[in-house]
Ligand binder design. Structure first.
Ligand code: SRM
Ligand code: SF4
Length: 551
């Protein structure tokens, strides 16, 4: 076995994720924190970043980079009360850039928080009963669950599992409370012994999502563990368990690849589900690659062990056998925009948030509108895995009040008048904050869609809900490998055009053209749209057509 990676050593030496964070915070000479602490702070839900747009200007003035921190909340299932929304709104304005970003994993991020403002930010979150524990780092992340309250009469029951799993897999360390909330230092360190994570935590990030068929809005199979709720006779019978999903690769490294999770079986009780989830995590802890971080995700552990050996190990650890997987069908993956009635008779409105950026702009005053909605106290806030918002739990009598707000600030028009391709689009953050971005994504995709829309119109394809997803690098944060049209950044202004993915998240796309710019992307897409319009079979999606055409 080769040597452990540098990050492994940092984790083990960190005294349960304390590192020298307290000292780093006190250092007023720099906006940065120490190198080792940059790895440790991720486990507390934060990333040190700098404004890449301003690197040259700062370097010319011999100033250090403009360091700030991105903080990501832990919101299992992506749900906030209106009071909590107002708290996030205030924090974003006071300490962040003002923009609230909905992520592709159903939670919220604030960017641009200076080092001196991290503690006040975390403290304000704590007052609102919010935290950022374990939303980054080599640990179980925010647990996803289908967002749509109208999806199933069993939505609330299934939704509760996101929280149960999140709590089951939380780290035991009290470092977060000690460092950010100034709570008393533990005298007896035994109290935070962590049988799950031990001192080494996981070899890599770990992700779990729960889907409620027929909608796969969480992209369950893109997760390390994808759980698929099995409903029969309107009762929750249990969950199919899928393992080994992950959507990242590295350009030029064939040892890395995106992979959809493999369904390995079914469990029928809560106890068995939680046991199985826990033991999949321990297998990854014990067998995952700790020397090469590029090959450290569960998908590689699974492929190295083989599915059969993996299941055998899991059954040994749980003490029970998995039942054969139950049949299920995904027929959709997106959000159901507009007003819809929930099973309890209340209403919910799903609104489009282009690439998850909540701000006021020339098209709509979205941020102001959501504040007004929250001030009424008449709706809960859900965040979807396609970076949108659902306002839920709205009484029939309150619907006109909220509707008026959505109309007044241009939100309803934006949601309902946007083209289908725009509504089914998603881009990752990329520039200016993501240090790994090779190309633009959320700042650029809207303008590319402006140019794709007329092409679709020309071939009368406006009513086709084609999915398009863009990422600024091959890490796949907007799940660009699981789209009908994927654009994966290779260099500034250049992308791999990936085609042939299905519409429900059960088949990945493949590279169609490498490293091309906007003009070539449009020139490649136009004849394909033309061919699709002429030659598609009834009901055939663009992704399925591309697969049939190109094999
Ligand atoms: Fe991601 C790293 C943003 C979902 C795969 N991701 C990053 C970082 C933190 C860059 C970094 O390491 O310094 C990005 C911060 C940008 C910024 O300025 O905010 C970043 N990832 C995001 C978000 C915000 C994209 C978005 O626009 O919504 C998503 C936050 C989700 C959350 O709330 O937790 C986000 N990232 C994803 C997803 C999609 C998913 O989970 O469904 C993936 C692909 C699925 C997967 O994990 O396989 C994803 N992000 C990565 C990877 C590649 C991991 C790997 O297996 O190699 C990295 C790089 C890394 O970990 O080394 C990464
Ligand atoms: Fe950054 Fe790449 Fe993720 Fe986009 S896909 S947010 S560029 S790491």
């Amino acid at each position: 076995m080769s040597d452990k990676s540098a990050i492994e050593k940092i984790k083990e030496a960190s005294e349960h994720l304390r590192g020298s964070l307290k000292e780093s915070l006190q250092d007023e000479i720099t906006g940065a924190i120490r190198d080792d602490d940059q790895a440790v702070v991720k486990f507390h839900g934060m990333y040190m970043q700098d404004d890449r747009d301003r690197r040259e200007e700062r370097a010319a003035k011999r100033l250090e980079r403009l360091y700030s921190y991105m903080i990501r909340l832990r919101l299992p299932g992506g749900l906030l009360t209106p009071e909590q929304w107002l708290a996030v709104y205030d924090v974003a304005g006071e300490y962040g850039t003002g923009v609230i970003k909905i992520t592709s994993r159903q939670t919220l991020q604030l960017h641009g928080i200076l080092k001196s403002e991290i503690k006040p930010t975390i403290q304000a979150f704590q007052l609102a009963k919010l935290d950022s524990i374990a939303t980054c780092g080599d640990i179980n992340r925010n647990v996803l669950c289908s967002s749509h309250p109208g999806q199933s009469p069993l939505h609330a029951e299934i939704f509760s599992y996101a929280d149960k799993i999140s709590r089951l897999l939380m780290p035991k360390t009290k470092a977060y409370y000690e460092i950010w909330l100034d709570e008393e230092v533990l005298l007896d360190k035994k109290e935070e012994e962590d049988p799950l994570y031990q001192e080494r935590y996981l070899p890599r990030k770990f992700k779990i999502g729960i889907a409620i068929p027929p909608n796969n809005d969480v992209d369950a199979l893109a997760n390390d563990i994808g759980l698929i709720a099995i409903i029969e006779d309107e009762k929750l019978k249990g969950f199919n368990i899928a393992v080994g999903g992950g959507l990242s690769s590295t350009h030029g490294n064939p040892e890395t690849y995106p992979r959809l999770a493999t369904v390995i079986g079914f469990v029928d009780t809560e106890e068995k589900l939680l046991k199985a989830v826990y033991e999949v995590v321990t297998i990854q802890r014990d067998f995952g690659n700790r020397s090469d971080r590029k090959r450290a995700r569960l998908k590689y552990t699974l492929d190295t062990m083989g599915v059969e050996a993996f299941v055998k190990e899991l059954e040994k650890r749980t003490g029970f056998s998995l039942e054969p997987a139950k049949p299920y069908t995904f027929t959709s993956r997106g959000d159901y925009y507009g007003w819809k009635q929930s099973v309890d008779g209340k209403w919910h409105y799903t609104l489009l948030v282009e690439n998850g950026r909540i701000t006021d702009d020339e098209t709509q005053a979205l941020k102001t509108a959501l504040r007004e909605v929250a001030l009424t106290g008449k709706a809960l806030f859900h965040f979807t895995c396609t970076q949108n918002v659902i306002l839920s739990g709205v009484a029939e009598a309150d619907k006109p009040v909220l509707d008026e707000i959505l109309v007044r600030f241009g939100v309803k028009a934006k949601t309902e008048e946007s083209s289908l391709i725009r509504r089914n689009a998603m881009a990752c953050v990329a520039f200016p904050t993501c240090p790994l971005a090779l190309a633009e994504a959320q700042r650029y995709l809207p303008s590319l869609i402006d140019k794709i829309e007329p092409l679709l119109a020309k071939y009368e394809l406006e009513k086709e809900p084609i999915t398009i997803r863009m990422t600024g690098c091959p890490n796949g944060c907007a799940r660009s490998y699981a789209a009908e049209i994927g654009l994966v950044g290779t260099a500034y202004g250049k992308y791999n055009l990936q085609l042939g993915g299905d519409r429900v998240g059960e088949r990945l796309n493949a590279i169609y053209k490498e490293n091309i710019g906007e003009a070539e992307i449009l020139a490649e897409l136009e004849p394909l749209f033309a061919a699709y319009a002429t030659n598609r079979k009834t009901g055939e999606t663009f992704g399925d057509f591309m697969l049939r055409r190109n094999g």
